[in-house]
Write a protein that binds this ligand. Structure first.
Ligand code: KG4
Ligand code: ZN
Length: 337
């Protein structure tokens, strides 16, 4: 089954062609980082406009690179929730127009279900059930994945998402947007013990909840007291800040894996591209005897191959949306029994 995937929930316009839920024929991502960088975050109206400019060339490029025509597509999968509503609508309306013109079936995909599916594009994906740590710019949660589309959320952040902590921290340090990848790079030559940052929510030893807003405030106080450092001191500050985020994520993941008796753990979402998080989870897995699965960095951040992979499972179950399929800005990860 050949699926055309479309993703436009935030600041990436993406289209991909994936066969049978795991063979990536093409995977095209047009990033808008340059559009939003000078504002220090995503400006929703600018995002919608950039999606409008990009969406048709991106879909065309995905078809061209796959050597496929629309006639050879068996179904269309599009992110319809959650995200910026104007941004979502561009991908959704494009997908609906293609479905209407070609008569092909269409399904809506929850963005986080897409992130959970990215690892299934890899040769050795995790078996079911497994634990998933979802860490993106908008979400941070631990979920039990029983089957494709059958997930139970075990806990989530009470305030900021991990990606938000990275991006807001980077903004405070004048490192631009999106800042996660910049902190990751600077931290490589820094000392993670140079500055002590708080680790929140660690008292509830088996709880699966996270909190990052105190950490961000703590960085703000540090910058107010000492200014924004340069050179080695900046690298040390980035490494210390990153270590606080990573330590909390890893600590909760290993506690919940143990509590749930799950020996396979995947990590997905943009922050899963973070080199310190990847390394720390692999070390924790080695110590606690759980196996860690993580997509390559370009499949951790937003892309449409993951949406096609998730949509495949809806389509093979015979699910079909109609042209009333709508964009939903805020929606919990659906649980299907
Ligand atoms: O999944 P994603 O592309 O979009 C959302 O669904 O939100 O995640 C974007 C987030 C941003 O906060 C970005 O700073 C963060 O992922 N990110 C990283 C890295 N690469 C992307 N954070 C830390 N280290 C990275 N290498
Ligand atoms: Zn995402």
């Amino acid at each position: 089954m050949r699926v055309l995937g479309l993703e436009s929930s935030c600041d990436e316009t993406a289209a991909a062609i994936v066969d049978d839920g795991h063979l990536v024929r093409s995977d095209v991502v047009a990033s808008q980082h340059d559009v939003h960088a000078r504002y220090g975050g995503v400006v929703p109206e600018l995002a919608s406009r950039a999606h409008l400019l990009n969406v048709v060339p991106v879909v065309q490029a995905a078809l061209d690179r796959a050597g496929s025509s629309l006639d050879e597509i068996d179904g269309i999968a599009v992110t319809n929730a959650p995200g910026l509503v104007g941004a979502l609508l561009v991908g959704l309306q494009t997908a609906k127009a293609i479905a209407w013109v070609t008569g092909k079936p269409i399904v809506g995909v929850h963005h986080l279900e897409g992130h959970l599916s990215a690892v299934y594009l890899e040769p050795d994906p995790p078996p079911m059930p497994h634990l998933a740590l979802i860490v993106s710019g908008g979400h941070t949660s631990l979920v039990r994945v029983n089957h494709h589309g059958d997930v139970v959320e075990l806990g989530a952040t009470r305030d900021d998402a991990a990606g938000e902590a990275f991006d807001k921290g980077a903004k405070l340090l004048g490192l631009g947007y999106p800042g996660g990848v910049v902190i990751d790079r600077l931290a490589k030559s820094g000392d993670p013990r140079a500055v002590v940052f708080p680790r929140a929510m660690t008292a509830s030893s088996t709880g699966a909840e996270f909190s990052f807003s105190g950490l961000k405030t703590s960085l703000l106080h540090h910058v107010r007291a000492h200014g924004v450092p340069e050179g080695q001191a900046l690298a040390d500050l980035c490494a210390s800040y990153q270590a606080a985020i990573v330590e909390l994520l890893v600590r909760k993941t290993r506690q919940v894996a143990r509590r749930e008796g799950l020996a396979h753990v995947q990590v997905c979402g943009g922050v899963a591209a973070n080199s310190a998080l990847r390394a720390a989870l692999l070390t924790a897995g080695g110590e606690d005897a759980f196996r860690v699965y993580v997509p390559p960095p370009h499949r951790c951040t937003d892309n449409a191959a993951m949406i096609a992979a998730a949509g495949y499972h809806h389509l093979v179950r015979g699910e079909r949306a109609d042209l009333a399929l709508d964009a939903v800005p805020s929606a919990p990860l659906p649980r299907r029994a």
